[in-house]
Design a protein around this ligand. Structure first.
Ligand code: CA
Length: 475
């Protein structure tokens, strides 16, 4: 290396070639470590943000007819995306519903028919290790994955979200949690300091929040806000690869607790439970708005698929409202399983479209892996890629049959019709959902052949399933 007349350093030809070679090596190395390497000819894969509400009723969102709770962000999500009128969870309550959506397979196929006991270290109760999860497949697709909030798929280390495909986890492993951690600080510390960490009602919603398996000291703030803040930090931290976020809010599940400013907003609602529930849903909606604003800020909104749904119908004792539907959380009538369900992807889905064909939470995994450009490596799926139906490109319906079962309380939908019974051995009721969304008019006496065919199909579906691997902890 020499210097020019002005004394600047100059590089000879040989050194230039050496520098070029070094640059080439650097570029190749950069390409090798870039997850999008080799994909430049393909359209950029979308980020996916899957937001799950807990125990939110079909009629508790403005876009689904709610009048007394303000949900402007969810309403906007529906108005600018695809709103499902016939969107379903695969189970009428928490744990089994999550086991279905997490695997794309009826949870009965892997024995997950009941909630696992909460917070039992070393417990064998959890999502079967042989099942591939949303986190697994999206990690395999090259996505950076994260889960927030409620897990409820097993509390032992082998079931931990970090061991089921999620790079980051912030939340709690059980079926619910208090919303103001500081109010439960003493309980949390006492629980964390006991070697056996007892499973009791006293502690089950007051376990420490954790990040990646590490217990955190009680935090100031409201849980729905805290979960959102962490999710947004993750989005900002991994901007150079596609993201998959599973944000499983526990709101508006019990305990009914809401920030005072939200309670004040609904002081006109006389029923205290409904008032608190409304405040929780309003806050949930505000936090959905925070997620969308963060995506906007990062320039990712156009190429992010946001999916919003509830894990099951709303419980009336909490003040939830399932709109015109019959029944509630726990039931296999529509009120237990038909839920608010919205897909929104500005760059990839129609704006303001309504879809009336039955679509299930089981369809999320096949749809997400299609977007991720990989094939499921696990067992045969019950869900299907529903993008063609969301886009209005498909004929027919994605599911000729859908099934629900909770210990003999069951339901089966085929096209417009649904049969259900309220308990094992009870008579079947047959309804035409297109004409009778509230399942009020029993057609079984008029159409016995249809009842026989549909109930036989239900039996043929359930009979080969393995037995439940455990019963509900409260049973
Ligand atoms: Ca639930």
């Amino acid at each position: 290396m020499g210097r020019d007349a002005a004394g600047n350093k100059v590089t000879g030809t040989g050194e230039k070639m050496k520098a070029c070679k070094q640059m080439l090596v650097l570029l190749i190395a950069a390409a090798m470590f870039c997850p999008m390497a080799g994909r430049s000819a393909e359209p950029e894969r979308p980020n996916i943000v899957f937001i799950l509400a807990d125990d939110l009723g079909y009629g508790d969102v403005g876009a689904y007819g709610c009048k007394d709770i303000q949900t402007p962000n969810l309403d906007q999500l529906a108005a600018t995306g695809v709103r499902l009128t016939d969107g379903y969870a695969s189970a009428p309550y928490c744990g089994p519903s999550r086991a279905g959506l997490m695997t794309g397979r009826y949870q009965q196929r892997h024995g997950f028919r009941h909630n696992p006991a909460i917070q039992q270290g070393g417990s064998p109760l959890g999502l079967d290790a042989g099942e591939e999860t949303l986190g697994d497949v999206m990690t395999r697709a090259g996505y950076r994955t994260a889960a927030y909030g409620k897990w409820h798929l097993g509390a032992s280390e082998c079931f931990h979200p970090n061991n089921r495909g999620f790079y980051e986890f912030y939340g709690f492993l059980g079926g619910g949690h208090c919303y103001f951690p500081m109010q439960y600080a003493d309980k949390m510390k006492a629980w964390a300091n006991q070697p056996d960490r007892p499973v009791t009602d006293l502690y089950m919603y007051a376990t420490p929040l954790q990040i990646n398996g590490i217990d955190l000291p009680p935090q100031e703030g409201y849980l729905t806000d805290l979960l959102t803040t962490q999710a947004i930090a993750f989005m900002k931290g991994f901007q150079h690869r596609p993201l998959f976020l599973y944000i499983a809010y526990n709101a508006p599940h019990v305990p009914l607790e809401a920030p005072q400013e939200y309670l004040d907003k609904y002081s006109n609602i006389q029923n205290k439970d409904r008032r608190t529930y409304a405040a929780m849903v309003d806050n949930l909606d505000w936090n959905v708005g925070r997620i969308l604003a963060a995506l906007d800020e990062l320039g990712k909104r156009d190429n992010t698929l946001v999916v919003f749904m509830s894990d099951n119908g709303g419980p009336e004792k909490n003040g939830a409202d399932n709109g015109p539907l019959r029944g509630q959380k726990g039931d296999t009538t529509e009120g237990g399983v038909r839920v608010p369900f919205i897909f929104n992807w500005p760059g990839g889905l129609p704006h303001g479209r309504e879809v009336h064909v039955p679509i299930s939470s089981l369809d999320l995994l096949p749809t997400f892996v299609a977007l991720g450009g990989v094939e499921p490596a696990g067992k045969p799926l019950d869900g299907v890629n529903v993008l063609p139906w969301l886009r209005g490109e498909a004929k027919g319906i994605p599911h000729e049959q859908l099934f629900w079962d909770r210990d003999g309380k069951c339901g089966m939908r085929a096209g417009d019709y649904k049969v259900f019974r309220m308990k094992e051995g009870a008579p079947w009721t047959l309804c035409n959902l297109t004409e009778d969304i509230g399942e009020q008019k029993d057609l079984s006496a008029q159409m016995p052949e249809k009842v026989e065919a549909m109930s036989a199909a239900y039996g043929a579906w359930l009979d080969p399933m393995p037995p439940a691997r455990w019963t509900d902890p409260q049973q």
